[in-house]
Design a protein around this ligand. Structure first.
Ligand code: ZN
Length: 257
């Protein structure tokens, strides 16, 4: 190999490494690791489906509520967790989608008898009728995962499912219809927030989000709305696991601490 050719190969390799490193950091870097399975609170578990978490909440009488349905259309992880508990597909009463991105909804079609909820502003995205707007999601296909929305949700409502009351809050920014759900003492924020390796709540990731700045404002508004609410025991994100210290991480975020 000639000197010039060696140089070209070397610098191409350097560029590729830097490129992959940057994309890797922007997508998966700077965040708390998502555990394979975490019992966050009594009756509230998060399981890891590849790189995305799914919340499983006991709703009484052997029924469960899911927060998102993951990236795996075969639902290996959710169904595995349910089988361990002696539950069947028909025991999922409701699925609450934190937003319409594909990696949160691919398992929905496994549960045809379950109600499926999402904030109205993301309903078209979830059924494949609208395109994602974030810098990276817009480059990826948004197909039809056979998601049927039972009823679009609105900010401020509470949906009762068996013994569980799910409070619905809008958190626009990651997507227009990103939602927070407060259920079983856990505040599920989906992709509207991240958690740093040091356990600090962060805003949504820019590269995946429609408008990360709006997402940060939405989190501050949510902190204000929930101020002093003793029912929040834990905060759960889809890609960076949970923090079990009440509202403190959200309050710290809003205060810029
Ligand atoms: Zn997302």
């Amino acid at each position: 190999m000639g000197r010039t050719r060696k140089k070209i190969v070397f610098w191409t390799a350097v560029v590729v490494v830097i490129l992959f490193g940057t994309v890797g950091y922007l997508t998966m870097g700077g965040q708390q690791a998502l555990p394979a399975r975490q019992e966050i609170l009594p009756g509230v578990v998060q399981v890891k489906d590849g790189f995305v978490g799914i919340g499983i909440i006991e709703a009484g009488h052997g029924r469960v509520v899911l927060i998102d349905a993951g990236n795996d259309a075969a639902g290996k992880v959710i169904l595995g967790e349910m089988a361990k508990r002696g539950l069947k597909v028909g025991d999922v009463s409701a699925i609450f989608l934190t937003h319409g991105h594909p990696d949160h909804r691919r398992g929905v079609a496994l549960f045809p008898r379950s109600a499926v909820y999402i904030l109205a502003a993301d309903a078209d995205l979830a059924v494949g009728k609208a395109s994602p707007k974030g810098p990276l999601p817009r480059l990826l296909p948004n197909g039809d995962d056979h998601v049927r929305i039972t009823r679009p949700l609105h900010d401020g409502e509470t949906v009762k499912v068996g013994a569980v009351a799910v409070r619905v809050f809008e958190l626009p920014g990651h997507t227009a219809g990103s939602a927070a759900y407060l259920a079983g003492g856990a505040l599920f924020l989906g992709d509207a927030a991240m958690i740093s390796p040091a356990g600090k709540l962060l805003g949504p990731k820019w590269i995946f989000s429609d408008d990360a700045e709006q997402g940060r404002r939405s989190l501050a508004i949510l902190a204000h709305r929930l101020l002093g609410d003793p029912s929040v025991k834990a905060i759960v994100t889809s890609h960076a696991g949970a923090l079990v210290s009440g509202l403190v991480p959200l309050e710290d975020f809003a205060a810029g601490r």
